[in-house]
Design a protein around this ligand. Structure first.
Ligand code: ZN
Length: 266
């Protein structure tokens, strides 16, 4: 398969409502063959499914509950959202290629007590169980929680996971590599440090944009066509041709998300 796969993208974000057709068109022109549309909360699921029907074989859904929810919501909202999400995940189990995005976010402004961290853990544990039952990989967020996330996934016996925009230590990432996990690199890597890209082998790497977030420039809307920025950066750091980065990361994505191939062809 010739082209890029964006393994983690928020194409259902309001930022794309006004020009979604152009954004998809430009993504295809830039060499993308598919993008994985991840969810943050249950209220977004139907929109993602609708987008996947509007752009069949290109917008590929992942459904899950993100650890960071609207701070305006009362505590416990995370668990309530999981309750709302579960029936929908079952309903759409044949339409999705992964559970996500899920994970842990221990940034102090997000969570500042053990109870909050514990509800994040519970929500991740439940979704890891569902993923196992449905035989689906996890699309994982971790922020200021690299070690707790990798350790929890391993403890839970998770075999198939993508760690997106990983901000933990490279040594912790390598524990994930040993467990068979993949790491996806967003375009914001150009304004970050090189250590992760240096350490993690290309054979354990995927591409992502996390659009509209994590673009090459702060405060500017990121778009899926920026996937080439991630690929070019990896090629430079690894000292390999761009084509090789495209080929290996796409093969990795197809291996990690086994249902993806059939979706792209369909
Ligand atoms: Zn994300």
């Amino acid at each position: 398969m010739q082209g890029y796969i964006d393994c983690h993208c928020h194409i259902s974000a309001e930022d794309f409502d006004s020009d979604i057709d152009d954004v998809i068109q430009e993504s295809k022109k830039a060499g993308l063959v598919a993008l994985l549309a991840v969810a943050e909360h249950a209220g977004e699921f139907e929109k993602i499914i609708q987008l996947s029907q509007r752009f069949p074989g290109f917008v590929i859904p992942c459904l899950g509950v993100h650890p960071v929810q609207d701070p305006a919501q009362p505590r416990g909202a995370l668990l309530e959202d999981l309750d709302a999400a579960l029936p929908l995940i079952y309903k759409y189990k044949d339409d999705i290629v992964a559970i996500g995005e899920v994970g842990l976010d221990f940034t102090p402004r997000v969570v500042n007590n053990d109870a909050g961290k514990d509800s994040q853990r519970q929500v991740l544990i439940r979704q890891a169980e569902i993923a196992k039952m449905l035989n689906l990989p996890l699309n994982v967020h971790s922020r200021s929680a690299g070690r707790p996330t990798i350790h929890l996934l391993k403890e839970l016996g998770v075999e198939n996971a993508l760690l997106h925009a990983f901000d933990g230590k490279p040594s912790v990432a390598m524990e994930g590599v040993k467990a068979g996990y993949f790491f996806s690199i967003p375009p914001s890597i150009v304004r970050s440090d090189q250590k992760l890209v240096k350490q993690v082998p290309l054979e354990s790497m995927c591409l992502e944009t996390d659009a509209p977030a994590l673009g090459p420039e702060k405060q500017v809307r990121n778009v899926p066509r920026n996937i080439s920025i991630s690929a070019e950066y990896i090629a430079k750091i690894k000292g390999v041709p761009l084509e090789k980065v495209m080929e290996v990361t796409t093969q990795n994505a197809l291996r990690l998300f086994p249902k993806l191939k059939a979706f792209i062809k369909a």
